[in-house]
Each structure stands twice: as C-alpha cells, then as structure tokens.
Design a protein around this ligand. Structure first.
Ligand code: BG6
Length: 471
C-alpha cells in the first residue's frame, strides 16, 4: 500500500532504547550478586568477559542523565535474577534491591518510563546446576522471582516484559550461552522443548500474577520476531516459509496470546518424539494469561526455500542454515548485510508488524532493533556513525508506514542505549548511541562519548519522529 500521507506517531509514543543486565552492568559478582550462566560460560574466543562490560552498575546516574539528554521517554533494561536472589531462590540480596530501586528512581526523576525485562538470558548458575528450565520447579523459581520484583518495584514500574527472546533460547541456546542439557541426554530436542514448555508456563503464571498484584500494570512477552519469506513463489517454498514461521515466531505468540500450541510446530515435535510433557492444568494456566501488548525484537527477516534434506543446523539469532525436511536457509539477494553479516531489511520491519497485528490484534512495543558495527573514536572524541543513522532512518519510517497501515504501536526502544557486550561477538560489535571507551582486549577508561547518532536521535525524539533528516 502506498500511502498519500503518513499518520504521525502517537503523542505518548515511548521513544527510548534498551540494554540487558548481564551485557551492560558489569560488577557481575559484586555487592552479593551470584553468578548466572553467563558468568560461568566458556567465552567465545577474543571477546570481553562480563566482569566490567560498560560498568553501568557504577555509572548508571551518568548513563541515565545522557539518556535524558537525548530526550528518552522510556528506558528498557533487565533485572539480573542473581543480583536479587544470588542462588536463584532463597535469600534476597538487599544490595540488589537497592541498586534497582536507585536505577528506577533515577529513570523516573527525568520523567522516563522504566520498562523492565524480567529475564534476559541470565539463568542463575545455581539453578542451572539443579536442571535449569528442564526442571519443572523452574516455573516456581521464576514466579517467586517475579513476585519479589512486583513487590519491590511494582509501585513505580508499569511496563513489564517476561522472557527476552524465548525463541532464541530454544533455537540457538548454545550461541548465546544459555543451553543447559543433562548429561547423556537421549533426545536433546525433546529436552529443549520441555524447557520451552516450562518457560511458557512460567511466563503465563507471571502474567496472571502481575495482573493480580498490580492492577494498573501492563505485561507482555518479548520474543525476537522476524517474518520469514519464501525464496520464490514455488508452492514448496511457501510451505517451507510457513514451517519456519511457525517454529521461529508463531509458536511463541500463539501461546502467549491465545494459550494454544501452534499446530504445525506441534506436529513437527510429534514426528521427532519431542513433544513436551504437559501436566494437568498447564493449558488452563496458558489460557488464563493475557498479555496487554506484544513486546518484540526485530533485526531482519529470514528467507527460506524447500528443504532438500541435506541441511545441517547452524546459524545464530538472525541467520539459519535450515533443518532437514523442514526448510532450507536462503540468502536473500535483495538485502544488504551488516559488517557482522546480518541482513538489513527495513521494509521487512513493516511487513513483520503488519503480520503480527493481523494475527494478534494487540498493541506492539519494539523492544530491540539496531545495527551492530565497528565504530571508530576519533582523536577529537567523535564517533561518526552515519551508517547507524541511516539504519535508523530506514527503520523508523517503516514504523510510521505500519502505523498508517492501521497497526497500533506503543514505542520504539532500539538496541542499544549504550555500548555493551554482544551475545557472542564481543564489545567490538557496538550498538549504542553512547560510546564506551573499552575493548575486548582490555578495560579502558570507560569514559562515555556521544556518537553522531546520539545527536540525531535527540532531534528525532524532539520532533516526535517527524524529523528523520540527516544531522
Ligand atoms: C538480541 C538480544 O538477540 O539481539 C540481545 O536480545 C543481543 O541480548 C541483541 O545483544 C543483538 O545480538 P548480538 O548477538 O549482536 O549481541
């Protein structure tokens, strides 16, 4: 649809940005914090460890002030489970509560909305030892953690996100350092989808609890949604695209919104003897839970063709080789790629939003989107990241197109507010509006610098998205 005029962004649109605790905070074992799976994982070669990251833990006041200077209306961050509960269950760490109280107060001081992710890839190491999400008790562990968060922060936090990218935890856990498999696991797929079932259950219970404890609050899931295109109009390619869409996207939203397992995915699990055990009452809980909005991360679309049976699994959050008998990954010839080889598809952003709105009819909040790139700090303290500005220009306009198409959008919180450590490619893959002086090789001065995109985004926010022009 080519619109004659674009509708404006809503006046209370949440312009902001995102981070996650284990990637930005540092102080990973300080002030009583226990280790998470991220702190004990084997680091990808050549990448920074998570001891310091951007040291947001000690710099949060300066960082929030910089976000306020950009005019942020919201800041999405995650709460580290092991800062609150060092062992995952049991004793609460008062210093952890104090840190997030201070952070939330600081955000509110500038009139920004705190948007809290309850779980972002950082399972307590102590709970990994007890079987992680594979242990049915994980549902209670998470609900207990959720209750503590609602009790302590619910007076000031109105927007909650349950589990960041549960679909990536399930599909590419080893890449992001989260997969826990029991020894001698006979059927890893069944184990992974059992873990997935427990996460879905934990999410549903947390949503119900949130509505009970905090009637004014809003809660939603935060999967990574990428519309999957067929490589051609060949009917077999369309089927392959439907397959991967079901596995990657709709499984998670069908359950969060409608409380049902996606049928295509379920039959795939049946064929692989990988269906999770569903206990009595589980599906009632799934149905009771109703998200108020859909939070979602978008980086690019995917393209697939029909499987030729030779595919060997592989890839990361935004790329996939395929699965024999289900789909084959296909390089889209129409899309450029980033320096880290992720395709760039701004129009796919609009397509993804439209598809989600047609299926679920809920308001949507962009919880991530952004460009990982090598940035250069010049001698006079500048970062000329015109490539990032271009990426944002191209994507933000597509949100406006989608709004004009009739989709309900609550806000845009790209990745990331400030440079942080990426999931598996170090801090050299930078995403922030704010540059942090540190490298994978050694901790630097940690001094903050405003990138060109910082000034550009400030201008965008001040105009409520009507001025996307270059600086
Ligand atoms: C998402 C995650 O997968 O993408 C973030 O929610 C992550 O934690 C972001 O950092 C970018 O991915 P990467 O692999 O470049 O860090």
């Amino acid at each position: 649809m080519i619109h004659k005029t674009l509708k404006p962004f809503p006046k209370d649109f949440f312009w902001g940005a995102s981070t996650s605790a284990y990637q930005v905070e540092g102080a990973n074992l300080e002030d009583g914090k226990g280790p998470s799976c991220q702190d004990v994982k084997e680091l990808p070669p050549g990448t920074a460890d998570l001891k310091t990251c951007a040291d947001h833990y000690h710099h949060y006041k300066e960082d929030v002030a910089l976000m306020a200077e950009m005019g942020f209306k919201s800041y999405r961050f995650s709460i580290a489970w092991t800062r609150i509960l060092p062992q995952g269950t049991g004793e609460v760490n008062p210093k952890g509560i104090e840190f997030y109280n201070n952070l939330i107060d600081e955000i509110k001081k500038y009139g920004m909305e705190p948007i809290v992710t309850m779980f972002h890839f950082d399972m307590p190491a102590a709970l990994d030892e007890r079987g992680s999400w594979g242990n049915r008790e994980s549902v209670d562990w998470f609900v207990n953690f959720a209750k503590i968060m609602f009790e302590n922060f619910g007076d000031r936090v109105k927007y909650w996100l349950t589990i960041n990218e549960q679909n990536m935890l399930t599909l590419v856990g080893p890449i992001i350092g989260t997969l826990h498999l029991p020894e001698n696991c006979e059927n890893p797929m069944r184990e992974i989808y059992q873990q997935n079932h427990h996460m879905l259950l934990a999410q549903a219970k947390a949503m119900v609890l949130c509505h009970e404890m905090l009637p004014g609050a809003k809660i939603g899931p935060a999967p990574n949604i990428s519309l999957i295109y067929p490589a051609s109009c060949k009917p077999e390619d369309i089927t392959a695209a439907q397959n991967f869409n079901a596995m990657r996207n709709w499984l998670y939203l069908d359950m969060a919104v409608y409380g049902v397992y996606n049928a295509i995915l379920w039959s795939y699990l049946e064929e692989h003897d990988a269906c999770p055990v569903i206990e009595e009452g589980d599906m009632d809980i799934m149905k009771q839970a109703h998200p108020d909005f859909i939070g979602f991360n978008y980086y690019n679309t995917g393209t697939v063709s029909a499987s030729d049976g030779t595919e060997v699994a592989g890839g990361d959050q935004q790329s996939s080789n395929g699965i024999a008998g289900f789909y084959k990954g296909f390089k889209n010839p129409y899309l450029p790629v980033t320096e880290f080889n992720w395709e760039i598809d701004p129009i796919g952003f609009r397509n993804t939003i439209r598809e989600m709105y047609s299926r679920y009819r809920l308001p949507m909040l962009v919880t991530e989107n952004g460009l990982g790139a090598y940035d250069t700090l010049t001698e006079d303290g500048k970062i000329h990241d015109t490539y990032r500005i271009k990426y944002y220009q191209d994507h933000i306009i597509q949100i406006q197109e989608a709004i004009t198409d009739g989709c309900e959008m609550l806000g845009y919180n790209p990745w990331s507010a400030i440079d942080l450590v990426s999931t598996h490619e170090g801090i050299r893959k930078r995403y922030g509006f704010i540059y942090v002086d540190t490298t994978d090789e050694e901790v630097g001065s940690l001094k903050r610098y405003r990138k060109d995109s910082f000034f550009w985004y400030k201008k965008v926010i001040a105009s409520n998205g009507s001025d996307l022009s270059d600086l």
